[in-house]
Write a protein that binds this ligand. Structure first.
Ligand SMILES: [Zn+2]
Length: 420
């Protein structure tokens, strides 16, 4: 069953790809969790390859999996942590300072965290969210939420119903959209002249600087740089007014562009980000050679570190986000015999990760059942969401009686313990 298409030219501009590429091993879909181990072990594999357009410099996956399959099993990752709420409160304040009481459309509004913050700041907030479950949660937090993908029909309806918008906001959605040009054109038609499109995306500069290969998976179709966004945005009648680096998801950028007939010079701070991207080789395929070499090194270091552990070691994991699947699959981590991975998301518990067949369990099950039954001599925990390593390490006190060693591999190998 072939649920994907292979690109022969750039999704954005139809330009050619550089011959160099990041070719990872064929991988299962990172968010496709299974109800049985047997099904999980037989999960379909898809090619996973990152390429760059010679012409517009857009960095993208070469194989695009059918969105129907990609997002149908999507397990909602909670956006309700304090970090998220604080982040969105600041954004709401910022937008309300620019246009007080403005009309905002949020694309992919998730559980409504930003919509609620916008409403609190006196803005009129409308959400569009394809997940029924999430749209339900967010209703009542704002003026309205529509359960749908944002297509031409819905955008026409919205403009009819509410008039032209002051802002269109999209956080962590534009890397997941196949028809990026279509999505930006729709944003154009919804906005009033002088209105703003504000969006947050993972920054490819961080991917390269910190070798974050595990953020490469099929849902991430695009890896954004200011270099490529600048070309793309200007062609579509937007003026790139600001880019800020933010901490979210291991390093993102918040891009602000204005619907405008005229174009202005890049701000000095945006030029500086652009300059760092050029230095990292992102304006050509130069970065890829280095990335591939680093990846081989990292793979070797990981294997060496694992082999140095006593054979009697019992391993478990903490955190099963999409990046855990990439990591386990690329580095054959299933071979160390992880007895399970703790994840606090009840939607994932009891399910099995694709291909490795590792079971996702609750913290309580791991601490009170699985590990006591094994009576381990040496106990190691691998933290997969390395961006939350400090927070997770602090949750492991209950395992300390087993001389626990805590390990994470990115941005670089680190181990803590054994803890007494
Ligand atoms: Zn292109």
């Amino acid at each position: 069953m072939k649920n994907y298409r292979e690109l022969t030219c750039c999704r954005i501009c139809e330009g050619n790809f550089y011959p160099e590429a990041i070719r990872l091993k064929d991988s299962p879909l990172a968010n496709e969790l299974y109800l049985s181990k047997e099904e999980a072990l037989n999960a379909d594999l898809f090619p996973l390859e990152v390429v760059e357009c010679e012409s517009c410099k857009h960095i993208q996956l070469k194989h695009i999996v059918d969105p129907e399959r990609l997002f149908s099993n999507y397990v909602y990752a909670s956006g309700t942590s304090k970090t998220f709420r604080d982040h969105f409160t600041k954004l709401a304040k910022k937008l309300s300072d620019v246009v007080p009481s403005g009309l905002v459309l949020e694309v992919g509004s998730n559980d409504g965290t930003l919509l609620e913050a916008l409403t609190t700041h006196g803005m009129r907030a409308i959400g569009v969210e394809p997940s029924q479950q999430l749209a339900e949660i967010s209703k009542g937090k704002c003026e309205a939420v529509y359960t749908n993908f944002l297509d031409r029909q819905l955008s026409d309806f919205l403009v009819n119903e509410y008039g032209d918008f002051d802002f269109v906001v999209g956080n962590n959605v534009f890397a997941h959209i196949d028809d990026l040009v279509g999505a930006f054109k729709i944003a154009q038609t919804i906005l009033k002249q002088g209105g703003y499109l504000v969006f947050e995306v993972a920054h490819a500069l961080k991917l390269v600087e910190h070798q974050l290969f595990d953020t490469i998976y099929h849902e991430h179709m695009s890896y954004h740089t200011v270099i490529s966004l600048d070309i793309f945005i200007r062609k579509l009648g937007f003026n790139l007014t600001d880019v800020e680096e933010i901490e979210m998801h291991g390093g993102s950028i918040r891009v602000t562009c204005q619907k405008s007939a005229s174009q202005s010079e890049m701000l000095p701070e945006v030029k500086e980000i652009f300059r760092r991207e050029v230095l990292a080789g992102l304006d050509s395929s130069d970065w890829m050679k280095k990335f591939n070499t680093h990846l081989e090194q990292l793979s070797l270091e990981t294997k060496t570190a694992i082999q140095a552990e006593p054979i009697s070691t019992t391993w478990f994991g903490y955190g099963a986000p999409a990046k855990a699947v990439t990591f386990i699959n690329q580095f054959d981590l299933d071979q160390i015999g992880l007895i399970g991975i703790i994840d606090d998301n009840p939607g994932k518990q009891g399910k099995f990760l694709p291909r490795s067949g590792i079971k996702v369990v609750s913290h309580a099950e791991m601490e009170s059942d699985l590990i006591p039954r094994l009576k381990p001599i040496n106990l190691n925990c691998v933290i997969f969401p390395w961006n939350l390593s400090a927070e997770i390490a602090s949750k492991l006190a209950g395992f300390s009686k087993y001389a626990l060693k805590v390990i994470w591999f990115l941005p670089k190998y680190k181990e803590v313990g054994p803890q007494k």
